[in-house]
Write a protein that binds this ligand. Structure first.
Ligand SMILES: [Zn+2]
Length: 237
Protein backbone atom coordinates (compact mmCIF):
# COMPACT_ATOMS: atom_id res chain seq x y z
CA UNK A 1 0.00 0.00 0.00
CA UNK A 2 1.21 3.47 -0.81
CA UNK A 3 0.67 6.85 0.77
CA UNK A 4 0.17 9.60 -1.79
CA UNK A 5 1.31 13.05 -0.86
CA UNK A 6 2.23 16.51 -2.12
CA UNK A 7 4.90 18.68 -0.51
CA UNK A 8 2.98 21.23 1.61
CA UNK A 9 5.77 23.83 1.20
CA UNK A 10 5.75 23.53 -2.60
CA UNK A 11 1.93 23.75 -2.54
CA UNK A 12 2.10 26.86 -0.39
CA UNK A 13 4.65 28.42 -2.74
CA UNK A 14 2.54 27.62 -5.79
CA UNK A 15 -0.56 29.23 -4.26
CA UNK A 16 1.40 32.29 -3.13
CA UNK A 17 3.14 32.82 -6.47
CA UNK A 18 0.06 32.32 -8.68
CA UNK A 19 -2.52 33.90 -6.35
CA UNK A 20 -5.04 31.32 -7.54
CA UNK A 21 -7.67 29.68 -5.32
CA UNK A 22 -7.36 26.23 -6.83
CA UNK A 23 -4.48 24.38 -8.41
CA UNK A 24 -3.92 20.75 -9.24
CA UNK A 25 -0.86 18.88 -8.01
CA UNK A 26 0.69 15.60 -8.95
CA UNK A 27 0.68 13.18 -6.01
CA UNK A 28 3.89 11.37 -5.14
CA UNK A 29 3.48 7.81 -3.86
CA UNK A 30 5.46 6.55 -0.89
CA UNK A 31 5.46 2.95 0.35
CA UNK A 32 3.57 2.61 3.62
CA UNK A 33 5.87 2.23 6.61
CA UNK A 34 5.02 -0.01 9.57
CA UNK A 35 5.13 2.96 11.94
CA UNK A 36 2.68 4.97 9.81
CA UNK A 37 5.22 7.81 9.84
CA UNK A 38 7.02 8.91 6.66
CA UNK A 39 9.73 11.53 6.89
CA UNK A 40 9.97 13.08 3.42
CA UNK A 41 12.35 15.42 1.66
CA UNK A 42 11.01 16.85 -1.60
CA UNK A 43 13.27 17.51 -4.64
CA UNK A 44 13.50 21.16 -3.51
CA UNK A 45 14.79 20.05 -0.11
CA UNK A 46 11.66 20.76 1.97
CA UNK A 47 11.31 18.36 4.87
CA UNK A 48 7.94 17.25 6.22
CA UNK A 49 6.20 14.26 7.76
CA UNK A 50 3.31 12.38 6.21
CA UNK A 51 1.53 10.43 8.93
CA UNK A 52 -1.18 7.84 8.50
CA UNK A 53 -2.96 9.00 11.62
CA UNK A 54 -4.72 5.78 12.51
CA UNK A 55 -4.56 2.97 15.06
CA UNK A 56 -2.69 -0.12 13.87
CA UNK A 57 -5.89 -2.15 13.48
CA UNK A 58 -7.30 0.59 11.20
CA UNK A 59 -4.15 0.70 9.08
CA UNK A 60 -4.22 -3.09 8.71
CA UNK A 61 -7.87 -3.05 7.71
CA UNK A 62 -7.07 -0.45 5.04
CA UNK A 63 -4.27 -2.72 3.81
CA UNK A 64 -6.81 -5.53 3.51
CA UNK A 65 -9.23 -3.37 1.53
CA UNK A 66 -6.48 -2.15 -0.78
CA UNK A 67 -5.23 -5.69 -1.32
CA UNK A 68 -8.78 -6.64 -2.34
CA UNK A 69 -8.96 -3.73 -4.79
CA UNK A 70 -5.66 -4.90 -6.28
CA UNK A 71 -6.90 -8.48 -6.60
CA UNK A 72 -4.82 -10.01 -3.81
CA UNK A 73 -7.48 -11.92 -1.91
CA UNK A 74 -5.12 -14.03 0.24
CA UNK A 75 -3.28 -10.92 1.39
CA UNK A 76 -6.55 -9.19 2.21
CA UNK A 77 -7.66 -12.06 4.46
CA UNK A 78 -4.29 -12.04 6.20
CA UNK A 79 -4.53 -8.27 6.82
CA UNK A 80 -8.14 -8.51 8.07
CA UNK A 81 -7.11 -11.26 10.50
CA UNK A 82 -4.18 -9.16 11.75
CA UNK A 83 -6.45 -6.13 12.08
CA UNK A 84 -8.71 -8.08 14.44
CA UNK A 85 -5.77 -9.21 16.56
CA UNK A 86 -4.44 -5.67 16.83
CA UNK A 87 -7.94 -4.53 17.78
CA UNK A 88 -7.87 -7.02 20.67
CA UNK A 89 -4.62 -5.38 21.73
CA UNK A 90 -6.27 -1.95 21.50
CA UNK A 91 -9.16 -3.15 23.66
CA UNK A 92 -6.88 -4.77 26.25
CA UNK A 93 -4.72 -1.65 26.58
CA UNK A 94 -7.78 0.59 26.79
CA UNK A 95 -9.08 -1.52 29.66
CA UNK A 96 -5.69 -1.36 31.38
CA UNK A 97 -5.86 2.42 31.24
CA UNK A 98 -9.39 2.32 32.65
CA UNK A 99 -8.07 0.23 35.54
CA UNK A 100 -5.44 2.93 36.18
CA UNK A 101 -2.60 0.57 35.30
CA UNK A 102 0.46 2.52 34.13
CA UNK A 103 1.42 2.09 30.49
CA UNK A 104 4.81 0.72 31.63
CA UNK A 105 3.16 -2.12 33.55
CA UNK A 106 0.61 -2.68 30.81
CA UNK A 107 3.39 -2.92 28.21
CA UNK A 108 5.32 -5.29 30.46
CA UNK A 109 2.29 -7.58 30.73
CA UNK A 110 1.73 -7.34 26.99
CA UNK A 111 5.23 -8.65 26.35
CA UNK A 112 4.29 -11.93 28.01
CA UNK A 113 1.46 -12.50 25.51
CA UNK A 114 2.67 -10.58 22.47
CA UNK A 115 3.87 -13.63 20.56
CA UNK A 116 0.83 -15.78 21.17
CA UNK A 117 -2.48 -14.77 19.65
CA UNK A 118 -4.42 -17.40 21.65
CA UNK A 119 -3.24 -15.77 24.88
CA UNK A 120 -4.30 -12.38 23.56
CA UNK A 121 -7.74 -13.73 22.71
CA UNK A 122 -7.94 -15.14 26.24
CA UNK A 123 -7.05 -11.77 27.78
CA UNK A 124 -9.56 -10.02 25.52
CA UNK A 125 -12.34 -12.47 26.38
CA UNK A 126 -11.95 -12.14 30.15
CA UNK A 127 -11.46 -8.37 30.13
CA UNK A 128 -14.53 -8.02 27.94
CA UNK A 129 -16.53 -10.20 30.30
CA UNK A 130 -15.39 -8.36 33.42
CA UNK A 131 -15.85 -4.87 31.95
CA UNK A 132 -19.01 -5.30 29.88
CA UNK A 133 -20.67 -8.16 31.75
CA UNK A 134 -21.17 -10.42 28.77
CA UNK A 135 -19.22 -12.65 26.42
CA UNK A 136 -17.60 -10.89 23.46
CA UNK A 137 -18.59 -11.65 19.88
CA UNK A 138 -16.19 -14.19 18.48
CA UNK A 139 -15.30 -15.65 15.12
CA UNK A 140 -17.29 -18.78 14.33
CA UNK A 141 -15.38 -22.03 13.87
CA UNK A 142 -16.21 -21.73 10.15
CA UNK A 143 -14.57 -18.29 9.98
CA UNK A 144 -11.55 -19.46 11.95
CA UNK A 145 -11.26 -22.47 9.65
CA UNK A 146 -11.41 -20.23 6.60
CA UNK A 147 -8.73 -17.90 7.98
CA UNK A 148 -6.43 -20.83 8.78
CA UNK A 149 -6.97 -22.40 5.37
CA UNK A 150 -5.92 -19.11 3.72
CA UNK A 151 -3.01 -18.26 6.00
CA UNK A 152 -1.58 -21.70 6.73
CA UNK A 153 -2.61 -23.83 3.75
CA UNK A 154 -2.12 -21.45 0.84
CA UNK A 155 -5.80 -21.36 -0.11
CA UNK A 156 -6.51 -18.54 -2.63
CA UNK A 157 -10.08 -17.45 -1.91
CA UNK A 158 -12.42 -15.90 -4.48
CA UNK A 159 -13.23 -12.22 -3.95
CA UNK A 160 -16.65 -12.84 -2.39
CA UNK A 161 -15.15 -15.14 0.28
CA UNK A 162 -12.43 -12.60 1.09
CA UNK A 163 -15.01 -9.81 1.36
CA UNK A 164 -17.22 -12.08 3.46
CA UNK A 165 -14.39 -12.61 5.93
CA UNK A 166 -13.59 -8.88 5.87
CA UNK A 167 -17.21 -8.16 6.73
CA UNK A 168 -17.16 -10.55 9.68
CA UNK A 169 -14.03 -8.87 11.07
CA UNK A 170 -15.38 -5.38 10.41
CA UNK A 171 -18.71 -6.05 12.09
CA UNK A 172 -16.91 -7.72 14.99
CA UNK A 173 -14.75 -4.64 15.62
CA UNK A 174 -17.65 -2.20 15.15
CA UNK A 175 -19.86 -4.20 17.54
CA UNK A 176 -17.20 -3.94 20.25
CA UNK A 177 -16.62 -0.23 19.62
CA UNK A 178 -20.36 0.32 19.84
CA UNK A 179 -20.46 -1.47 23.21
CA UNK A 180 -17.51 0.62 24.43
CA UNK A 181 -19.18 3.85 23.32
CA UNK A 182 -22.33 2.90 25.19
CA UNK A 183 -20.48 1.95 28.36
CA UNK A 184 -17.73 4.60 28.52
CA UNK A 185 -18.86 7.35 26.13
CA UNK A 186 -17.13 8.24 22.90
CA UNK A 187 -14.84 10.87 24.47
CA UNK A 188 -13.08 8.40 26.75
CA UNK A 189 -12.33 5.96 23.94
CA UNK A 190 -11.16 8.76 21.69
CA UNK A 191 -8.77 10.05 24.35
CA UNK A 192 -7.13 6.64 24.57
CA UNK A 193 -7.20 6.24 20.78
CA UNK A 194 -5.38 9.54 20.30
CA UNK A 195 -2.52 8.30 22.49
CA UNK A 196 -2.11 5.33 20.14
CA UNK A 197 -1.66 7.37 16.95
CA UNK A 198 1.74 7.67 15.26
CA UNK A 199 3.36 11.10 15.50
CA UNK A 200 5.54 12.79 12.88
CA UNK A 201 8.80 14.53 13.77
CA UNK A 202 8.99 17.34 11.19
CA UNK A 203 7.73 20.86 11.85
CA UNK A 204 5.10 20.42 9.12
CA UNK A 205 3.09 17.24 9.58
CA UNK A 206 0.55 16.16 6.97
CA UNK A 207 -1.98 13.82 8.57
CA UNK A 208 -3.86 11.24 6.53
CA UNK A 209 -6.71 9.11 7.86
CA UNK A 210 -7.43 5.47 7.22
CA UNK A 211 -10.31 5.12 4.76
CA UNK A 212 -11.99 2.03 6.13
CA UNK A 213 -12.13 2.69 9.87
CA UNK A 214 -11.52 6.00 11.57
CA UNK A 215 -12.35 6.30 15.24
CA UNK A 216 -11.68 10.04 15.17
CA UNK A 217 -14.55 10.60 12.73
CA UNK A 218 -18.05 10.66 14.22
CA UNK A 219 -21.54 11.09 12.92
CA UNK A 220 -24.55 11.49 15.24
CA UNK A 221 -22.30 10.83 18.25
CA UNK A 222 -20.84 7.53 17.09
CA UNK A 223 -17.77 6.48 15.14
CA UNK A 224 -19.46 3.26 14.05
CA UNK A 225 -20.15 3.07 10.31
CA UNK A 226 -22.16 0.42 8.51
CA UNK A 227 -20.09 -2.08 6.50
CA UNK A 228 -21.82 -1.29 3.19
CA UNK A 229 -21.23 2.43 3.65
CA UNK A 230 -17.53 1.75 4.29
CA UNK A 231 -17.38 -0.53 1.25
CA UNK A 232 -18.64 2.25 -1.00
CA UNK A 233 -15.54 4.29 -0.14
CA UNK A 234 -13.58 1.64 -2.00
CA UNK A 235 -16.06 1.55 -4.90
CA UNK A 236 -16.91 -2.04 -4.32
CA UNK A 237 -20.31 -3.61 -3.71
ZN1 LIG B 1 8.76 20.98 -1.56
Amino acid sequence: MQINHVCPYCMQEAFDSTGRQSLSFRLTPHMLHDSGVHEIRCPKGHEYSVVLSAAKYEILYDLGMNALSDGYTRESVSSFASSLERFYEFFIKFQMQNANITSELSDQAWKTISNQSERQLGAFTYLYLSSLGELPPELSSKDRGFRNKVIHKGYIPPVDEAIGFGKVVYNHIMAVISELETKYGYRKIYEFYSTQLPKGGASWVVNESARSMNLSSTSAGTSVVDFDVMLQRFNRK
